[in-house]
Design a protein around this ligand. Structure first.
Ligand code: DWN
Ligand code: ZN
Length: 401
């Protein structure tokens, strides 16, 4: 079911120091009340500075049937469009590049690349998502990205891997399969994007720590890893998506390295991210939010007022579990993902319901569990005139707005 991490995923060092222990927690997308629990601890590698979980849960268990559909968010769709446009600027006018998206989910990113004229192919391990993408006309191979899968896809100009690299245990094999697929003549490139560790620490985003996320990346360990896999990082962008992410552009071929690469490395060093103490301090903030949220919900209940959640996100499930929130604290949680409606928050059992339940309940408070899409969620409730109540934003600290 799971294995323990004994050495660093990037540099193989055994100098791993634990800095956060969130106890035993359920898998965030296992939407049943009595979900099995697994240890959730974060370790810091003193050699390359990679933060990583102490265990690796079997990916078949995590991803074969996956309820998260990235297309639900308009903000994310727009973000994907931006990536398609930027990547195209690296190719000659009139040339339509071929892109392969690894862990392509429901085809959200590839739909945007298609609009920009790319040829597209997805690779997605979840049976339900691959099926949905194929139905929409996004050609998708239903598989994990590995050596065997790499033989089933054509050589291409761009490989994208958004919000998947942190989920992968054998990242060296992942990269070597990527490298072999990038066309020489077009100087093919890999674009990887994932939540950025300094945003997690500064924004107290402890709810994004869960079993799917095996690594919490800085640029430094990524640079070490990519160098050793023959991939040259030539550009790094910071983006605001998912609470603050980093986009890394790399190629096995030669390209001029943009100043953004060194600038991000310098900033990491300056801000103390190569020092274990920075992370030990972070664990104290986690305790603060845990107490605050529990107290706020208790206060609301004492005043006979009601709370519903919005966004049965993975991070929402983790937040509620880590904070010890109970079934009676929240009436239900609205989510617009058909695969989530009718299920429950793992380990707690709070029901996940459709948007129309806001009308039925008219809650006094809406707890924004997908705080990364705060604006989009608030706008939707306001447009539907479900603006009687107030919003609770749980992260970085509990606030009522
Ligand atoms: O890495 C991961 C990230 C990027 O995505 C995964 N391991 C899983 C997932 O994490 P998450 O579930 O925390 O992601 P989101 O995108 O913050 O989840 C938002 C949830 O809210 C989804 O279930 C969809 C829902 N939602 C909605 O119902 N209406 C979201 C929006 C914007 C909406 O308008
Ligand atoms: Zn290391």
């Amino acid at each position: 079911m799971y294995k323990e991490v004994k050495s660093c995923r990037v540099c193989h060092s055994v100098k791993l120091k634990k800095y956060l222990d969130l106890g035993e927690q359920p898998l965030v997308n296992s939407l049943v009340e009595n979900a099995r629990k697994y240890p959730l601890q974060v370790l810091f590698c003193e050699e390359c500075n990679l933060s990583q979980l102490s265990v690796v849960v079997n990916p078949e268990l995590l991803y074969k049937d996956y309820p998260y559909h990235s297309s639900v968010s308009k903000t994310f769709q727009n973000h994907c469009r931006g990536m398609a446009i930027e990547a195209k600027s690296y190719f000659d006018d009139g040339y339509d590049p071929m892109v392969i998206d690894i862990a392509s989910n429901d085809g959200c990113l590839l739909e945007q690349f298609k609009k920009e004229g790319y040829y597209t192919m997805g690779v997605e391990p979840a049976d339900n998502l691959a099926k949905e993408a194929n139905k929409k006309g996004i050609n998708t191979v239903n598989a994990f990205w590995d050596r065997e899968t790499a033989t089933r896809v054509p050589a291409c100009d761009v490989i994208t891997a958004t919000n998947v690299f942190a989920h992968v245990d054998d990242i060296r094999s992942f990269l070597s399969c990527v490298r072999g697929k990038l066309k020489v003549f077009s100087k093919g490139m890999l674009i990887v994007e994932f939540p950025y560790l300094p945003n997690l620490i500064e924004g107290n985003q402890f709810d994004t720590i869960y079993h799917e996320h095996l690594s919490y990346f800085l640029l430094k360990p990524i640079q070490i890893l990519f160098d050793s896999c023959g991939l040259n990082i030539f550009r790094v962008d910071k983006t605001s998506i998912h609470g603050g992410s980093i986009r890394i552009w790399a190629t096995p071929y030669s390209r001029e390295v943009e100043p953004s690469v060194q600038a991000v490395l310098d900033e990491e060093e300056k801000n103390g991210y190569y020092n274990l103490n920075t992370y030990l301090n972070f664990s104290n903030n986690v305790e603060f939010v845990k107490r605050q949220l529990k107290e706020k919900l208790r206060e609301i209940a004492m005043g006979m007022e009601t709370v519903m959640g919005y966004g049965a996100s993975a991070k929402g499930a983790m937040l509620l579990n880590v904070c010890g929130i109970e079934k009676h604290d929240i009436i239900s949680i609205v989510d617009e993902t058909p695969d989530k409606i009718g299920k429950v928050i793992p380990g707690i059992g709070i029901p996940i319901v459709g948007f129309e339940h806001f009308d039925v309940v008219q809650p006094d408070y809406i707890l924004l569990l997908a705080w990364n899409f705060k604006k989009e969620l608030i706008l939707k409730t306001v447009n539907h005139k479900i603006n009687r109540g107030q919003y609770i934003v749980p992260i970085p600290k509990v606030e009522i707005i």
